[in-house]
Design a protein around this ligand. Structure first.
Ligand SMILES: NC(=O)c1ccc[n+]([C@@H]2O[C@H](COP(=O)([O-])OP(=O)(O)OC[C@H]3O[C@@H](n4cnc5c(N)ncnc54)[C@H](OP(=O)(O)O)[C@@H]3O)[C@@H](O)[C@H]2O)c1
Length: 314
């Protein structure tokens, strides 16, 4: 097992970089950076500021924080590089995603792209002082003096951590304040936090198998000018299992869908109240595929209903 914080520059040059990334991409029939900047890519506003962000980003919860050697680190670094080189900016991580913050911080530093990235992370622990201590380590691990979005993870000790995050915002160390959760049984609590606090962002689960936030969370976010970040957009990959071996329906090609990843993501960002979805992946070719959902038109509401019916019929 390599020392995860002390990979030498030589090791990085040996194993990493665009050349390795392009090789992987080419083997999947996807051109890396050549198609990056053609055409318009969908951006959505953060309501509290008007700042625009690309509506698809990158999540780091699953395998991102685990690696055993330089090659595996460089796969993850390649995903970050692919995001930033292909029009994406938003990365979501957490101090509780094993070593994901270390991986993200090192990758951004090595690539020299911290300023291009909209970096979101969390306070994820009980206790106010414990949260402050955890967040101090986060700044070190992410190698940054500014976090774009700091969120209370899973509504754990929300009041205490919102106080901390708001104080950091006043100091200029955090740009936006948020909360997260991913469970249906926390939807009501999330709505109360939206209504009773001044927050910029809510992050919650929305995908073709779980649409419960449509009922109250999305309307509350809209009414209170809160941006919405969508986690678990592929139901942790279950949607790919459900559609494995199935043809993409012809009618979905009308709105630019040629992969299942784009099908699932266009459904999500086709909801007008969604700001950004953050599919998790360690693979650059999946990052490129996911960013492809930002191109072409979105499905209409009628088409979105048809998409749901299609998945329900499988
Ligand atoms: N409470 C919270 O705050 C909370 C809870 C859960 C998640 N999150 C955030 O939300 C992010 C997304 O959720 P998630 O990672 O749990 O699950 P997810 O995004 O629903 O699914 C991830 C899975 O999809 C696969 N995948 C990604 N892009 C693909 C593509 N284009 N084609 C085929 N397969 C693809 C990935 O495999 P490969 O790696 O092989 O590409 C991975 O197995 C997390 O990473 C995290 O940042 C937050």
């Amino acid at each position: 097992m390599v020392d995860k914080t002390n990979l030498t520059r030589k090791e990085f040059l040996k194993y990493s970089g665009a050349a390795a990334g392009v090789g992987i991409l080419a083997s999947h029939g996807i051109s890396s950076f050549a198609n990056a900047q053609s055409g318009e890519m969908l951006h959505r506003p953060i309501h509290s500021s008007g700042e625009m962000v690309p509506a698809v980003g990158l999540g780091t919860a699953l395998e991102f924080g685990t690696f055993n050697n330089v090659e595996e680190f460089n796969v993850r670094k390649g995903a970050v590089e692919a995001l930033l080189n292909n029009g994406g900016t938003v990365i979501d991580t957490s101090p509780t995603y094993r070593d994901a913050e270390i991986v993200v911080g090192r990758a951004l530093d090595e690539l020299g792209v911290r300023d291009k990235c909209f970096l979101a992370t969390k306070i994820s622990i009980r206790g106010k002082q414990e949260g402050i201590d955890q967040n101090n380590q986060t700044f070190t691990d992410l190698r940054t003096d500014k976090i774009d979005l700091l969120q209370v993870h899973n509504l754990r000790d929300t009041d205490a951590h919102l106080e901390t995050i708001n104080a950091l915002k006043d100091e200029g160390k955090v740009r936006y304040v948020g909360i997260t959760h991913f469970r249906e049984n926390l939807n009501n609590e999330a709505v109360k936090v939206i209504e009773n606090n001044k927050i910029d962002y809510i992050q919650c689960q929305y995908n073709m198998l779980d649409r419960t936030i449509e009922d109250a969370v999305l309307p509350a976010a809209r009414d209170n000018g809160v941006a919405v970040m969508i986690n678990v957009p592929f139901a942790r990959g279950r949607l790919f299992g459900a559609t494995a071996g199935k043809e993409i329906p012809e009618w979905a090609k009308d709105f630019g869908v040629d992969t299942w990843g784009k099908f699932f993501l266009k459904f999500i960002i086709g909801h007008p109240d969604v700001t950004v979805a953050i599919p998790g992946t360690i693979h650059d070719y999946h990052v490129i595929d996911n960013l492809g959902a930002l191109r072409g038109r979105l499905p209409t509401q009628v088409e979105r209903s048809r998409m749901v019916q299609f998945i329900e019929d499988i």
